[in-house]
Design a protein around this ligand. Structure first.
Ligand code: GTB
Length: 228
């Protein structure tokens, strides 16, 4: 359902998201455009992508859209957004399928979106910082253990709450989408596998057709951008 904006010939306006020209994840769908692509696929909204090099991300033209010079951004007509929480919330608010109709259930799903971004994601990002920037320090192992235990604490609580349920609160929602997208960044750490119900939860979400379409789109884009 995607096309690069350079190739788009459609007369109908479609939202445009910015993505890495060459994602450092090698097409594994770990960069944050993945959650936006996935949300758009879940609601059946076609979109275009505009690839950016690292230097273009820091230029004023892009900073007008994203003050921090990052990806992804989301443009739809006159609206431009630059935080994935806000982008996914916007998509979920304007289409059916990612937020329940019932006001309380809707609030709880939004609650899970915030929990994913502000309670679960920070320690997972911290782990990446440790791995990429602190590996040569003589306290590296102790620090990694400390951060891993902090993540284990969050996963223990999340695992307890999920229990044997399929999704966090009733039907699949934007709260699950955000939580799973955050948990996917633990791939390869072995931490998720310590919690079989969370591993199964992530696998269940990754088996959703909308996830597969989003994943394939970003992987195909990566492969085409690195071909030759
Ligand atoms: N809070 C913002 C949001 O949620 O939208 C954070 C956006 C953000 O961190 N963007 C990153 C970025 O633009 C890309 S997603 N980084 C470049 C920069 O800051 O100069 C983070 C990311 C990058 C790479 C991988 N990877 O290779 O596995 C995974 C995740």
């Amino acid at each position: 359902m995607t096309e690069t904006s350079r190739q788009s010939t459609s007369a109908r306006a479609r939202p445009v998201i910015t993505v890495f020209e060459r994602s450092p994840d090698g097409g594994k769908g770990l960069a944050r455009d993945m959650r936006v692509r996935w949300a758009l696929e879940e609601v059946g909204q076609a979109y275009d992508v505009r690839p950016l090099s690292f230097s273009a991300m820091k230029e004023n033209a892009h900073r007008a859209l994203h003050p921090f010079g990052q990806i992804p951004t989301y443009e739809d007509g006159a609206l431009a957004l630059f935080e994935t929480g806000a982008i996914v919330f916007h998509i979920a608010s304007h289409h059916e399928g990612l937020l329940p109709e019932d006001a309380d259930a809707r609030a709880r799903a939004i609650n899970w979106m915030f929990a994913a971004l502000s309670t679960i994601e920070p320690s997972i990002i911290e782990r990446e910082v440790v791995l990429y920037l602190e590996r040569d320090e003589n306290w590296f192992e102790q620090r990694l253990t400390l951060v891993d235990n902090r993540i284990r604490g969050k996963l223990t609580d999340l695992s307890r709450r999920l229990g044997g349920a399929e999704w966090l609160d009733g039907d699949f929602s934007a709260g699950d989408l955000m939580t799973v997208d955050v948990l996917r960044r633990l791939g390869g750490s072995g931490l998720l596998e310590e919690f079989p119900n969370l591993s199964a939860y992530v696998s269940r979400a990754e088996a959703r057709p909308a996830f597969r379409r989003a994943y394939d789109a970003q992987r195909d884009f990566f492969n085409s951008s690195t071909a030759g």
